[in-house]
Design a protein around this ligand. Structure first.
Ligand code: NI
Ligand code: MN
Length: 237
């Protein structure tokens, strides 16, 4: 059994019977967040796709308070390590078997710069997506990305070439894929369940998720699950 809980924007927790991880934990300042950093507990690892504030968010604080490891692309992991967090740097194409499960980094077409107070930007390497195998289930969190052709081959790169159970896919447009490209991404990846993310947080990324769900379920053999912040989805057989 595995449980996926949405905490708004691109933040998800995935729990198995023994372990729990959090992805892109932007809670402080996230108008969609249903929990505060204080309420985050028992996290084994904090996975961060890129250095933008709406993804890096509270990663360092959560890692420190839970004694969890930050898993991120090398440059971003180094940045978090310099702030005192325990880190496990990785990079695109690389996989590693952690105690909680296996993580492989995929490419994502996006940026990863973090603006500083003095007007400069700290560049934190390439952004990524995560392929996660945990509790006998597989997950693909695309990170922030535009559509790219290699998504069509993503399932082949999973450990057993198995179908992806849950794909978290951005539909917000403007900074990431919009609903039209996200539909193509879901068609190519062909997961059992697609969960839309990265929409409605700000006016510029307002989208009709219900319309996206309707199209996906009408035209593809994929279930589209809209989660409100705080909602969980249990992934059984
Ligand atoms: Ni971003
Ligand atoms: Mn973002």
């Amino acid at each position: 059994m595995c449980k996926v809980t949405f905490h708004g924007h691109a933040c998800f927790c995935i729990s198995s019977e023994k372990h729990r991880i959090i992805i892109d934990p932007w809670l402080t300042g996230n108008p969609q967040a249903d929990i505060t950093v204080d309420e985050v507990k028992d996290i084994d690892a904090v996975l961060v796709t890129h250095g933008h504030g709406d993804h890096l968010g509270d990663a360092v604080e959560i890692a420190k308070k839970c004694d969890a490891t930050i898993i991120a692309p090398f440059e971003l992991a180094t940045y978090c390590g310099n702030q005192g967090a325990k880190t496990h740097p990785m990079h695109i194409g690389g996989a590693y078997q952690f105690e909680f499960g296996r993580v492989k980094l995929t490419q994502a077409i996006h940026g990863s710069g973090l603006p500083n107070d003095d007007g400069t930007i700290t560049y934190l390497g390439n952004p990524c997506g995560f392929l996660i195998e945990m509790g006998d289930r597989s997950f693909y969190h695309t990170g922030d990305t535009g559509l790219f052709g290699d998504m069509a081959m993503i399932t082949d790169t999973l450990l057993h070439g198995r179908k992806i159970d849950v794909m978290m896919v951005p539909i917000g447009d403007n900074f990431v894929m919009g609903p039209e490209d996200a539909f193509i991404a879901v068609r190519w990846v062909n997961p059992r369940i697609a969960i839309p993310m990265h929409y409605d947080t700000f006016p510029v990324i307002k989208q009709d998720a219900a319309a996206f769900k309707e199209r996906v379920e009408k035209e593809l053999p994929v279930k589209c699950q809209i989660l409100q912040p705080g909602d969980s989805l249990e992934i059984n057989d």
